[in-house]
Design a binder for this molecule. Structure first.
Ligand code: GDP
Length: 645
């Protein structure tokens, strides 16, 4: 299609471009989005070749009544897409749909579609989080599947040698790049065995494994179960077995410490059978590798077996596909900002990519591999450390690529807005630890929901571990979310959406989080001593047990006269016949067998003086809170409610 665009016409206005080609601005931005061309302040840049491509694509829209749109649009976005004024769109919303929103409110997709239809267009939804729109002029490739390295996690009982094994493998096999042998721990590393790469996750133990799974991040392909040959199967070994079985991940057993005189690998193999793990030596299919993480014996064989298992599994990835990655570790680093280790599951991650990671996003400024070497891009099963996110994400968060900064910001804003909306539409009395401690469980809740933040991942896990032990039969302590770094605004939003309390260890709330927490009355508690934190939660949980109350009888009083005062209503002239009535007592007034009032005293007087108590044999004047229909002869029982358990 011929175009009239000048050779040097590089900076273009969307509105003018749309006008010129007789399409809507939204149709232009839809195509630009597809091509990965960023629109900034209504302007975009393109060379001649790209402009030709855009115009060609727009041909399909000429005179068409279809508008391609991303999910989660606001009235302002829609106005811009339609080439209408903001006011026109808002007025339509109010008049036709009786919907009062602000210009930047994210509309439900249904509503957005109806609104667009009102202007005579049909919506064609674009994929909001679609990735890898090809760079300008680059052709979109849909690659086939290629072999990818297995991702391996090491689990087992404490002290059976998980860390030693990971360290040995790393030291013996990681080729330190130009950093002269200095390797850093980024939460995962890769080794090469017989020309095949293997990725090891560097956080041993089933807690990390399960925490990741709980967040929907099942990244492990093969689990190595470490069992010390001199100790055998222990409680955490059993737990690890059930976690791995649950995840349906194949197990290779590393029988460790075979260098020790007391080692008895055969015994370990026999006992594995009780857990339905039948070693190959006994005719089953579980690969067992006797190893020593100290001498290195058997470790090469273990790596061979991992390769073999990976071959059987035919693990594949597609480096041309849309990016799918998972956060393995993340932290805030002085001078570097949020630093995250991602494991690429599919697709390719590159410096300059704009990634959305759950509730945050950023443009990747720099990327290094597990050995600290700067890299430009990485494919499936590769762990990378990235810089450039706006906030510290959480382990287990998923990362995808966005087409441009604007759509990333929109997606994240949309997610935060959804959480905020949910919080605003469910205004509840907020739970505080003090409420819970006092036994004033709000809404009779028996869940104590917590969001935990700490300075380093190790502390997060330690706090979580201790808190999760504070269960009792009546109260559920639920850790909804954990994170490294200061308490963020999105933590508060989550707390608000799920009625949780934010607990920080060695961290503080960010200013925005503080403001939001004050506004939403979300409790934030910060500690520097772990046991104080745990003690407080324990106390809260104890207080949260259903308190038992009983009436403690104080006195019987008879109404002998009713005085009508000119200014302040009626007073019952009474005589205490038994016990002692206190000013703060509760009272029950009986007429014959009927209870005519139950409630509090408004005043208790001895002659004209306010009295704190009146004992048997004395007269007094009583007023009741909100009730005056007493009569001569009524009998008053005074009592107090006391907690007995
Ligand atoms: P983890 O708790 O499972 O990570 O266990 P560690 O790797 O910290 O090891 C616990 C202890 O066992 C350490 O003192 C290690 O030096 C020791 N250890 C680990 N593997 C071996 C081994 O193969 N042989 C011997 N003799 N000691 C080992």
């Amino acid at each position: 299609m011929p175009t009239q665009v000048k050779q040097n016409d590089m900076n273009l206005s969307v509105a003018e471009f749309a006008n010129k080609h007789k399409v809507t601005p939204g149709q232009v931005t839809g195509i630009l989005d597809d091509l990965g061309i960023e629109v900034d302040g209504g302007m975009f840049e393109a060379d001649d070749e790209t402009i030709e491509l855009i115009v060609e694509e727009l041909g399909a829209f000429k005179n068409s009544k279809t508008l391609r749109m991303q999910h989660g649009r606001s009235p302002r976005d829609i106005a811009a897409a339609l080439g209408k004024s903001d006011k026109e769109v808002l007025t339509t919303l109010v008049k036709k749909f009786r919907t009062m929103v602000t210009l930047t409110t994210t509309l439900e997709d249904d509503m957005a579609a109806k609104l667009v239809e009102e202007f005579g267009f049909k919506v064609e939804w674009a994929e909001a989080e679609k990735k890898s729109a090809p760079a300008k002029g680059k052709e979109a490739k849909k690659g086939g599947s290629e072999k990818r390295p297995p991702v391996v996690t090491i689990l087992g009982h404490v002290d059976h040698g998980k860390t030693s094994l990971l360290d040995y493998i790393r030291e013996a096999n990681v080729v330190a790049k130009e950093f002269g042998g200095i390797t850093q721990h980024i939460g995962a590393y890769q080794v090469v065995k017989d020309g095949n790469k293997i990725t090891f996750l560097d956080t041993p133990g089933h807690a990390a494994f399960t925490a990741m799974r709980a967040r929907g991040a099942q990244v492990t392909d093969i689990a190595i179960l470490v069992v010390a040959a001199d100790d055998g199967i222990m409680p955490q070994t059993q737990e690890a077995i059930s976690h791995v079985k649950n995840a349906e991940v194949p197990i290779i057993v590393a029988i460790n410490k075979i260098d020790k005189p007391a080692a008895n690998p055969d015994k370990v193999m026999q006992s594995l059978m009780q857990y339905e793990l039948v070693p190959e030596a006994y005719g089953g299919d579980v690969i067992c590798c006797p190893v020593s993480a100290i001498t290195g014996e058997g470790i090469e064989h273990l790596l061979e077996m991992i390769n073999l298992q990976a071959d059987v599994m035919e693990l594949t990835g597609d480096s041309q596909a849309d990016l799918e990655a998972v956060v393995i570790e993340a932290k805030m680093e002085k001078g570097r900002g949020p630093v995250a280790t991602l494991l690429v599951e599919n697709g390719t991650i590159s410096v300059g990519d704009i990634v959305i990671v759950n509730n945050t996003w950023g443009k990747i400024k720099a990327m290094t591999d597990h050995a600290g070497a700067a890299i430009k891009s990485a494919g499936p099963s590769t762990p990378v450390e990235i810089l450039g996110l706006n906030e510290v994400p959480n382990a287990g968060d998923r990362a995808v690529c966005a087409d441009n900064e604007r759509s990333a910001r929109d997606v994240v804003d949309g997610r935060l807005a959804k959480i905020r909306d949910k919080a605003m539409h469910n205004p509840k009395k907020r739970v505080t630890l003090r409420d819970i401690r006092k036994g004033l469980a709000v809404d009779e809740t028996k869940d104590l929901n917590l969001i935990i933040r700490a300075d380093v991942q190790g502390s997060v896990e330690a706090v979580r571990g201790l808190i999760e032990k504070i269960e009792n039969d009546e109260v559920n302590v639920k850790v909804l979310h954990t994170g490294v770094g200061n308490i963020t605004e999105s933590d508060i939003l989550l707390a608000s959406a799920s009625d949780a309390i934010c607990v920080g260890f060695n961290v503080k709330p960010e200013p925005k989080a503080k403001t939001e927490a004050d506004r939403q009355k979300i409790e934030i508690r910060t500690y520097n001593i772990i046991y104080e934190l745990i003690e407080d939660i324990e106390a809260a949980v104890k207080g949260m047990l259903e308190p038992k109350f009983e009436e403690d009888y104080h006195a019987t009083i008879e109404v002998r006269a009713v005085f009508k005062l000119t200014k302040s209503g009626k007073v019952a002239g009474c005589h205490v016949t038994d016990g002692k009535i206190l000013r703060n007592d509760k009272v029950r007034v009986k007429r014959g067998n009927d209870i005519v009032f139950e409630g509090d005293l408004d005043s208790l007087k001895n002659v004209k003086q306010d009295a704190r108590e009146i004992v048997a044999g004395q007269d007094c004047g009583i007023k009741f809170e909100g009730w005056e229909d007493f009569a001569e002869g009524d009998i008053i029982e005074a009592y107090e409610i006391v907690q007995v358990g």
